[in-house]
Design a protein around this ligand. Structure first.
Ligand SMILES: NC(=O)c1ccc[n+]([C@@H]2O[C@H](COP(=O)([O-])OP(=O)(O)OC[C@H]3O[C@@H](n4cnc5c(N)ncnc54)[C@H](OP(=O)(O)O)[C@@H]3O)[C@@H](O)[C@H]2O)c1
Length: 236
């Protein structure tokens, strides 16, 4: 049965992904949180097949340790769905005119270098299934075209970092295609199907067991579907 790995799941969208995916107890879930995170809400929604691991995505050694922990839990299994969800938007009021280097560095460390290291370390440790689907969460604020229509412009460090996540995703899709040997193609139909939908909107369940789970649509390859950038590698 499928194995999901999701970062930053003690609250927000990550918690909701876990809640939905855990409804099917045959799903194996690697649910990661920071060391001192309050996991009380998470513990209310997990299944018996959920493993809560510590992982600070901005710290490479923490990502490596959590990958080693994951290896122990998987008993030879591999990750089918990797959702790089953890992120920060710590200075939403900041604009490009008062950009602070420290703030931008922090957002880049967590939001861009975090998912980059996560994927490369899991790949290095042989934990990604050949047809893994890797999803890097990005908002409209990370989209160049959508941002043109947003006024006033704010959340500059977050937006810049999330635009970086989009490009990271493009690069990962090409490099991982070579590494994992799967096929990769763009599927415009899939992109259109999700376009304009609200985040929590019910979509027909095609795989897995829940609504947000359905965003992991086999027909999607790489799409900036509503607030999600999705990579699909491999053939269904
Ligand atoms: N909310 C939206 O409307 C929206 C829209 C589009 C895309 N997104 C994207 O969806 C994702 C989740 O958003 P959200 O609104 O659910 O965010 P959120 O409520 O702020 O939750 C963020 C999660 O990331 C974790 N996190 C932060 N820094 C971390 C680090 N260094 N290492 C590991 N975990 C870390 C947080 O843990 P702590 O509790 O320890 O801080 C928390 O669990 C983000 O990637 C965001 O860009 C959100």
């Amino acid at each position: 049965m499928p194995v999901y790995c999701i970062t930053g799941v003690n609250r927000g969208l990550g918690l909701e992904f876990i809640r939905q995916i855990a409804q099917d107890s045959s799903n194996t879930i690697l649910a990661t949180t920071r060391a001192n995170a309050d996991t009380s809400d998470l513990k209310k929604v997990v299944s018996s097949n959920t493993h809560i691991l510590e992982c600070d995505v901005s710290d490479k050694s923490s990502v490596s340790s959590s990958a080693s922990e994951a290896f122990k839990h998987l008993n030879g299994g591999k990750i089918d769905f990797l959702l790089a969800n953890a992120a920060v938007n710590s200075v939403p009021q900041q604009t490009c005119l008062d950009l602070h280097a420290d703030d931008l560095h922090r957002e880049l460390d967590i939001n861009v270098i975090g998912p980059a290291n996560l994927t490369s370390i899991l790949l290095e440790q042989g934990l990604l299934a050949e047809n893994v689907r890797i999803m890097n969460m990005t908002p409209g604020l990370g989209s160049m075209t959508r941002s043109l229509g947003i006024s006033p412009r704010k959340c500059a460090p977050y937006s810049i970092s999330k635009a970086g996540v989009n490009m990271l995703t493009v690069h990962q899709s090409g490099v991982l295609k070579e590494k994992l040997g799967g096929e990769y193609q763009r599927d415009a139909e899939g992109c259109e199907r999700l376009e304009g939908k609200r985040q929590w909107e019910v979509l027909p369940v095609r795989w897995g067991g829940g609504r947000m789970v359905d965003l992991v649509d086999p027909r999607l390859c790489i799409a900036e579907a509503y607030r999600l950038t999705i990579i699909r590698i491999g053939v269904q």
